[in-house]
Write a protein that binds this ligand. Structure first.
Ligand SMILES: NC(=O)c1ccc[n+]([C@@H]2O[C@H](COP(=O)([O-])OP(=O)(O)OC[C@H]3O[C@@H](n4cnc5c(N)ncnc54)[C@H](O)[C@@H]3O)[C@@H](O)[C@H]2O)c1
Length: 441
């Protein structure tokens, strides 16, 4: 079945709660790419290709030439932050990109000034910004965000909007009755229920307006029944959560390989040091807990110890994140993996990844914004599990375990794109090549 995909003409507004390191690296990157002074490395929508049809057909178009995506010259950027620095100033503070690169796009970045945020210090104690909305109730805060979106859309001549959460990680919370239905949630907004976090208010405002939402942090946000219900009612695409970068990216590349070869794993110790504002927020144990839960789930789903107890039943998995200011955004991670092979003989793997957090995350923001807009134009509403590829902790329908193996996630994503465009799905079976050969003999 081919989807009736509305065309991508007109302007797409990408609105971002949280104009910090990731968001400014993303926006500055797109502006630099538009000027031809940099390349969108790491972005599948810009540089990735996709095989179509049989291998003998040799069709490997770029993804952006295969599916109708918004063009980079047709995007307007905006967002909210608790600090009032414009995107140029925030990018300078983040210290991710070279001053010379930022200088070349300074006017474009200075023009993006954050709107006042919906913020609650109890959800991120280590932040002290003052660019914050005041209102009598959370319901009024949601209405103010909707007004921001309407104004932004009009002032920037946008035809469509998409929201990507790049705000700080909120403290750990679990879904409660107030998150169970739209009615409960709206009542909670009116009663200022403390269990409704700021990110949920953004999510509610967007989905209520028919604006799709992708969540780059591990907070619940769109991953609560009330927002899922609202997304289905209003036919809005949602997805989350937590951008898959750095150490978890490596884990979901390596673990499927060990599992594929039936090698055992006794322990996996992961440690990180990072010194950006994200690291500062995660230095608080309540905020770290949210990240820890997101990072820990990955290995269990890939190794499935319950179906492979001899190989993975005793696996000890530990994740640490330490705030270390001298490293700034250049996160360093160490993994020690104790594996065992034939007859149980032990071996070790050590990984020392000297990565750049925001450099890895920025292309994901771009892809998520463009693919989420595509899904919305294709009429695909509710949870977009096919975007799992981008997330540490993919959101799935209730009762469905997320798929963490990056290769399966890629196949799922590519097949979804083929399916949308009415192309044959690719199973990689390949027997037909030989069958035809046999039959022709
Ligand atoms: N960089 C990565 O590789 C990576 C990977 C996965 C997830 N993430 C998540 O992405 C998010 C952004 O990371 P970052 O490195 O840019 O962090 P950052 O601290 O540089 O930026 C986050 C920004 O969000 C703002 N903010 C916090 N609460 C807000 C609110 N309620 N409304 C509006 N703005 C708010 C903060 O003031 C800050 O400027 C974090 O939650 C992080 O955990 C990042």
């Amino acid at each position: 079945m081919e989807y009736q995909i509305k065309n991508a003409e007109g302007r797409l507004g990408i609105l971002i709660p949280g104009l910090g390191a990731v968001a400014t690296t993303f926006i500055a990157g797109v502006e630099a790419i538009k000027k031809g002074i940099a390349q969108p490395v790491g972005s599948l929508t810009q540089m990735g290709s996709i095989r179509l049809g049989k291998r003998t057909e040799n069709r490997y178009p770029l993804i952006k030439d295969f599916v109708p995506l918004a063009g980079l010259n047709n995007i307007a950027f905006g967002g909210w932050d608790v600090y009032d620095d414009n995107v140029y100033e925030a990018a300078v503070t983040a210290k991710v990109l070279e001053p010379s690169l930022l200088q070349a796009i300074k006017p474009e970045l200075e023009a993006i000034v954050p709107m006042k945020a919906v913020f609650d210090k109890s959800y991120a104690k280590n932040l002290t910004g003052t660019n914050v909305k005041e209102a009598a109730s959370k319901y009024e805060l949601a209405e103010a965000l909707m007004e921001d979106m309407r104004t932004f859309k009009e002032e920037n001549g946008c035809d469509r909007l998409v929201v990507v959460w790049c705000g700080s990680t909120e403290i750990y919370t679990e879904p409660a009755d107030v998150h169970a239905t739209v009615a409960n949630f709206e009542e909670g907004l009116r009663n200022n229920d403390p269990r409704i976090s700021p990110s949920m208010i953004y999510a509610y405002a967007a989905v209520k307006m028919g604006v799709p939402f992708a969540n780059g942090a591990p907070n619940l946000t769109v991953d609560i029944p009330a927002i899922i219900e609202l997304a289905l009612q209003n036919e809005v695409a949602i997805s989350g959560k937590d951008f898959k970068t750095g150490q978890t990216l490596m884990k979901t590349i390596l673990a499927p390989g060990l599992h594929a070869r039936a090698l055992g794993v006794k322990g996996w110790f992961s440690s990180n040091i990072l010194g950006n504002r994200d690291g500062l927020v995660l230095d608080d144990p309540d905020n770290f807990k949210t990240k820890e839960v997101s990072k820990l789930s990955v290995l269990d789903e890939i190794f499935r110890p319950e179906s492979n107890p001899e190989l993975y039943g005793d696996m000890y998995h530990k994740v640490r994140i330490n705030y270390y200011p001298p490293h700034g955004d250049n996160k360093e991670s160490w993994d020690n993996i104790d594996i065992f092979g034939w007859l149980g003989y032990p071996m070790q793997i050590k990984i020392n990844f000297l990565c750049r957090d925001s450099i890895l995350a920025a292309p994901l923001v771009l892809d998520l914004a463009l693919f989420t807009d595509l899904a919305q134009r294709a009429g695909m509403s509710g949870i977009q599990e096919w975007l799992s590829f981008y997330y540490k902790s993919p959101q799935t329908a209730e009762g469905l375990k997320p798929e963490h193996d990056i290769f399966k996630q890629l196949i799922k994503m590519q097949n979804t794109l083929r399916h949308m465009m009415g192309e044959d799905l690719i199973t990689h079976l390949g027997l037909d090549y030989y069958q035809e050969l046999v039959e022709s003999l």
